[in-house]
Design a binder for this molecule. Structure first.
Ligand code: KG4
Ligand code: ZN
Length: 352
């Protein structure tokens, strides 16, 4: 029996014995995270160490700094995740890790750490796609949610509308043709001198603004469910420069609110349309941008008006964390989809 067959057998034995407790890691970008998750649905611990303060000095993520910080954070975070969960290594049934997409060096730190742990503990190793992790955050927050459902995934690197047909089986309905929504938020925030990462602070500013004060184009795309944020981003940045050249003061709150309105309208309109036309009864959301206050309100308002049941994970499960990786890993473990010790970081891995 080879290594993978032995690990599959071990996984099946543990699942048959009652429950599966997974120690999961996430290190694809600028958050180091470790979590313990039971049966894909129950978070026993969820520890995140953000590096934002370090990268803010440079206005964006510096890959080399991210990798070095992951290396020093992984060990203490593992101890923290185990102790918060009230368990020891002997109660862990599998080790899971984000293998991509993301920054290659950052991913490698988590993958190497998880491989070493799986080898030392002789446990199954479950590789997880980061985007699948984001979608799975919904399982942690909503015990009643089961496929099929539609999910908007909007983060710093991705904007997708996904139909979750079954656990682990996805159909891509639409995606951005250029910039991701989070990327657009961060770039427009920079023009307003909001420090990195701009999305959350721009959102806060926009809460107090008038979204009808500035007129920005609402993007058009050939695909019914596709997004495009690059044209909007450029129009917004050009307008800011033009106003400054004319010596006009930019009303930052109103500017932020008008931009946020244009992005959110596109995200919500396309997601609701895609969910309805795919025949889904439920619409979920995921990824860092799903923490956006207006997006959350509008998804509920317009989703429910269209007859959809709308699921929003709490904000801490929208941004990068390891609990979502532990949830996705449970369904991969059940399906026997494990990795051997040759697992590598896969920075451009696709989900569709
Ligand atoms: O999912 P995530 O934590 O990391 C990636 O996988 O990219 O998403 C981070 C992105 C950043 O672009 C950040 O500015 C954006 O999510 N973001 C927000 C908000 N919170 C985070 N964008 C808009 N409004 C927010 N409240
Ligand atoms: Zn993410």
């Amino acid at each position: 029996m080879n290594y993978l067959e032995r690990m599959r057998e071990k996984a099946q034995e543990r699942i048959a014995a009652g429950s599966a407790t997974i120690l999961a890691f996430e290190s694809s970008c600028d958050e180091t995270a470790a979590a313990v998750v039971r049966d894909g649905r129950t978070v026993l611990s969820d520890c995140v160490l953000s590096q934002i303060d370090q990268h803010a000095l440079y206005g964006g993520v510096v890959p080399e700094i991210a990798s070095r910080m992951h290396v020093s954070a992984l060990d203490p975070l593992t101890d923290q995740a185990l102790s918060q969960a009230g368990c020891t290594f002997s109660e862990i049934d599998a080790v899971a890790v984000t293998c991509g997409p993301g920054l290659v060096g950052a991913l490698l730190t988590g993958v190497s750490y998880a491989k070493a742990l799986a080898y030392a503990l002789d446990l199954p190793l479950v590789p997880v796609n980061h985007i699948e992790g984001h979608v799975s955050a919904n399982y942690l927050a909503h015990p009643e949610l089961e496929p099929p459902f539609c999910c908007l995934v909007a983060s710093g690197g991705h904007s997708h509308i996904v139909l979750v047909e079954r656990y682990g089986q996805y159909r891509l309905l639409g995606q951005t043709l250029d910039d991701a929504a989070g990327e657009a938020f961060d770039k427009v925030a920079r023009v307003l001198s909001i420090p990195y990462p701009g999305g959350p602070l721009l959102d806060k500013l926009a809460e107090e603004g008038d979204d009808s004060r500035y007129q920005f184009p609402h993007p058009h795309t050939p695909g019914r469910y596709d997004f495009s944020f690059s044209g909007l981003k450029t129009a917004v940045i050009n307008q800011a420069h033009m106003l400054r050249q004319k010596g006009e003061e930019i009303q930052a709150r109103d500017f932020a609110a008008s931009f946020r309105r244009a992005v959110v309208d596109a995200l919500v309109e396309k997601s609701v349309l895609a969910a309805k036309e795919a025949g889904a009864a439920s619409l979920a959301c995921a990824g860092g941008v799903a923490a956006n206050a207006l997006l959350r309100r509008e998804l509920v308002r317009r989703g429910e008006a269209a007859g959809l049941k709308v699921f929003l994970p709490p904000r801490n499960l929208c941004t990068d964390n390891a609990a979502m990786i532990g949830s996705a890993a449970f369904y991969r473990l059940m399906a026997g989809e494990l990795a051997d010790l040759s697992l590598n970081a896969l920075p451009s891995i696709r989900m569709f």
